[in-house]
Design a protein around this ligand. Structure first.
Ligand code: XIL
Length: 382
């Protein structure tokens, strides 16, 4: 049966037959993404690092690692260096996965970010039974000295504290009522940064946060609270070198004033800025925006447009030194597990999987890949 689409494809092919060599040449240049055409090569020309988060299982997949090594200049462990995974028992560390990533990066001349020392999530299961107001400070500093010390001199940067602001918790300082705050008090941030500096004096120490990027009211309030925190830390001579803007963004958001104020605010404090966890959630793509809900080409085009508009604003500033996506291929994205919109309306067709990353599930470059490269090309040199 000839559907409308196959008919269209056949007639396009027939029309193009005469011009085939040119078409092939264009297609080849489009798919040759290695060497000077890689993401990292284009980033490097502008003084940027292009990176991505890597799951432990990804490193056992040869097809994955060859793309990783060819395209990126910076990696971060998606989970392996977090407190829970790396210290599963009060007296036992598990370094295998984190070591594997650091060794892989070293072999391929790729830099490594550490993520993260202090967070309210992915704490070890033993933490709530063992940690008390008396021992929490020692648990914190032992952990940072042990993990930071193990990779001393090998890390480009460390996320020392992740997601410490939660305005809705109601504290005047904007701090989240996290287990660390409840056990140690607001000083836990300063303690963590000083200890991290002691453990690995050369790593760029980073404060990493989400929900601070867009022009909506919540993000604007959280952005202000985050800048206030960074200001307090700098005023107290805390070794803090960079702001990590996670950049988990959504189709339909807008960026401009808020993002510029955030980046300029960090820069005014003498900080570098890293975009640390970029991905584009397409859950808000409207049915009317796509030919059919399962039309992945349409969704990819929309997602790539979001990459372009977000990165165009962010990379205006020379303070931004690196761009990392939270994963490499759509085959492995945390959004698949966490944020799929589920409909209770049976009449709605099921939505296709999320397409948030620069490579498709077959490890082919997606439109977002080319969008990133183009924005790098247009960015000012830093
Ligand atoms: C996510 C990982 O991608 C998941 O595999 C894990 O189950 C939960 O954490 N902000 C962060 C990251 O700082 O550490 C989170 O990573 C995503 C949100």
């Amino acid at each position: 049966m000839i559907t409308r689409r196959t008919f269209m494809n056949q007639s396009v092919l027939a029309t193009c037959a005469l011009a085939l060599p040119r078409v092939l040449a264009a297609a080849e240049s489009n798919t040759n993404i290695d060497g000077a055409n890689s993401l990292q090569a284009h980033a490097h020309k502008r003084g940027l690092l292009a990176g991505c988060a890597v799951g432990a299982a990804n490193l056992k997949d040869d097809a994955f690692t060859s793309v990783l090594a060819a395209q990126f200049g910076l990696v971060v462990a998606e989970n392996a260096m977090k407190f829970g995974p790396i210290k599963p028992k009060p007296d036992t560390y598990f370094f295998d996965d984190a070591d594997a990533l650091v060794n892989f990066a070293h072999q391929h001349n790729i830099k490594v970010r550490g993520h993260n020392f202090v967070w309210h999530e992915q704490l070890p299961t033993w933490f709530k039974d063992v940690a008390t107001k008396d021992n929490a400070r020692k648990i914190l500093t032992d952990h940072i000295m042990t993990v930071g010390g193990r990779y001393k001199g090998k890390m480009q940067s460390w996320d020392v504290v992740n997601e410490a602001i939660q305005v809705s918790d109601g504290r005047p300082d904007g701090l989240r009522k996290s287990p660390w705050l409840e056990l140690i008090g607001p000083d836990y941030l300063e303690i963590a940064f000083h200890t991290a500096h002691q453990a690995d004096p050369k790593a760029r120490l980073t404060y990493n946060e989400y929900g601070i990027e867009n022009d909506g009211t919540d993000d604007v309030a959280k952005c202000a609270a985050t800048l206030d925190l960074l200001k307090r830390l700098k005023a107290a001579n805390v070794p803090l070198h960079a702001l990590g803007i996670q950049s988990h963004i959504n189709v339909g958001e807008s960026w401009g004033k808020g993002l510029r104020e955030l980046i300029d605010g960090a820069k005014a404090l003498g900080l570098e800025v890293y975009l640390t966890e970029l991905d584009v959630n397409d859950k808000t793509v409207k049915e009317t925006d796509v030919a059919a809900p399962a039309d992945l080409a349409d969704i990819d085009r929309i997602v790539a447009g979001v990459y372009t508009s977000y990165l165009s604003v962010a990379l205006e500033s020379k303070a931004v030194k690196s761009v990392l996506t939270w994963g490499l291929t759509d085959a492995h994205t945390w959004l698949a597990g966490f944020m799929r919109p589920h409909t209770t309306d049976d009449k709605q067709p099921p939505r296709p999987p999320q397409r948030p990353l620069p490579f498709d599930p077959d490890l082919k470059p997606a439109p977002a890949f080319f969008a990133m490269r183009d924005v790098f090309d247009k960015a000012p040199h830093r």
